[in-house]
Design a protein around this ligand. Structure first.
Ligand code: MN
Length: 436
């Protein structure tokens, strides 16, 4: 899996790529962008530029087998071709952008990223959110069941629910605070703007090639169905959630918005950053056989550092930068991405190219390691104090949340995911859509 495209010494003739925090030559993530308001097209991020795959294909620079798949407005056709096509594209683009090639700016269709709008990388037919962050699941469980925070199924079943694809937006799109039913104490519920709006830091797992309905994906093959990873913010209204979630689980508390970083960091790019799955504590059950694969246990986890930063409206007006408020890591996932894929399809459910799986909120056990304000502020009881003196129990209108992620490994170039960023807008007026 590791080859010349991962060499730490490899450099690009695109100067900004060398040492770039997210997109050096070794990353080459896939996305869909709109240059200067024109039609969306597929691209690859390189430093502060975007390589236009459609133009590249038209110029005869890409292998015929993949050229057609990257000429539409979404990545679904390429994702459907699976990992071999992704590898072929990576190698071809690496060649073209590598320092020791004769191509130079002017020869290749590059756009300045700051002049492009990022779109969703794929049509997302299905979105599923798991609950694999065991520190988060324990913390949240403790708020309700101090003595027995994890339900009995947690260590057997990768818990998940079906989310709503229609409200997923790329980084930079503001989100609106939802209205909903809120019940305080034992009084009757009222309808109004959520007062406990929260973020959740997660990874988004992109499905490449899918499976036919009725044909489960074996755990040993599940990794081959994962095209790559983005960052995901599963916005959550805790007060709406608390009242509505029993007995069927999350609904309007979460389906009003999900933000993703718009670049798919491919499974190929992540090869140097694979890690052994966390050792299960003594006494935990082994995964059932359909979820257990020696290779997946040895290298199926991901070494990704995650950061959550916040900028309030007051900070923005005062010209103050975002303040990092929490740091966590993907090593706190109790299930690997491959286990989530195998479990999801184990009943015959068909996954399709461009489907998105959220991992669940990723929290680390240490102080400042929590992936949601629900945990950080103990459900609003212990507010955090920001550098400018403001306090937050939950998000307020005008707050902007930025998630970033980074992979580092000695001997390899560090890569990142770009940003998963969105600002909170006020709730719509309840009468706005009710003109009479
Ligand atoms: Mn979630």
């Amino acid at each position: 899996m590791i080859d010349h495209t991962h060499a730490g010494t490899a450099r690009s003739w695109v100067d900004s790529a060398n040492g770039h925090a997210s997109f050096p030559l070794q990353n080459l993530p896939l996305g869909v962008f709109s240059p200067g308001g024109s039609a969306p097209r597929c691209g690859v991020a390189i430093g502060d530029r975007i390589l236009d795959l459609q133009a590249l294909a038209a110029g005869g620079h890409l292998p015929e087998t993949i050229a057609e798949a990257v000429c539409g407005p979404t990545l679904n056709p390429l994702l459907a071709m699976g990992r071999p096509a992704s590898r072929t594209l990576r190698h071809a683009v690496f060649e073209l952008l590598s320092e020791d090639r004769s191509h130079r700016a002017g020869d290749l269709p590059l756009h300045e990223a700051k002049h492009c709008q990022m779109c969703l990388p794929a049509i997302i037919g299905g979105y599923t959110d798991f609950y694999a962050g065991i520190v988060h699941a324990t913390n949240v469980g403790k708020l309700f069941r101090p003595d027995n925070p994890l339900l009995p199924n947690y260590k057997y079943v990768p818990i998940g629910y079906h989310g709503r694809p229609s409200s997923i937006r790329p980084s930079g799109t503001p989100i609106r605070r939802p209205n909903g039913q809120i019940r305080t104490g034992q009084s009757d519920p009222v309808a109004g703007p959520a007062r406990q709006l929260d973020y959740e830091v997660e990874l988004g797992i992109w499905i490449g090639s899918g499976n036919a309905l009725g044909v489960p994906i074996p755990i040993s093959e599940a990794g081959e169905h994962i095209a790559g990873i983005s960052l995901l913010n599963d916005w959550s209204a805790r007060d709406i959630q608390a009242w509505e979630y029993q007995p069927l689980g999350p609904f309007l508390a979460k389906n009003f918005a999900t933000t993703i970083s718009p670049w798919i960091v491919t499974a190929e790019a992540l090869a140097p950053f694979r890690a052994a799955q966390m050792a299960r504590p003594p006494g935990d059950p082994a995964p059932l056989p359909y979820l257990l694969d020696a290779r997946d246990q040895a290298e199926g986890a991901l070494a990704i550092q995650l950061e959550i930063a916040l900028q309030t409206a007051a900070m923005r007006e005062a010209g103050q930068p975002h303040q990092a408020i929490a740091w966590t890591a993907a090593s706190h996932l109790y299930w690997t991405p491959a286990q989530m894929v195998a479990h999801h399809s184990s009943n015959g459910c068909n996954l399709e190219p461009g489907d998105l799986l959220g991992t669940g909120t990723i929290s680390a056990p240490e102080e400042h390691g929590y992936g949601s304000l629900l945990e950080t502020t103990s459900r609003g009881e212990r507010p955090i104090r920001l550098a400018n003196g403001e306090e937050r129990r939950f998000l307020e209108d005008g707050d902007e949340v930025v998630l970033t992620g980074r992979c580092s490994q000695p001997g390899f170039a560090s890569i990142g995911f770009g940003e998963c960023r969105a600002t909170v807008l006020p709730a719509p007026s309840p009468s706005a859509s009710n003109p009479q």
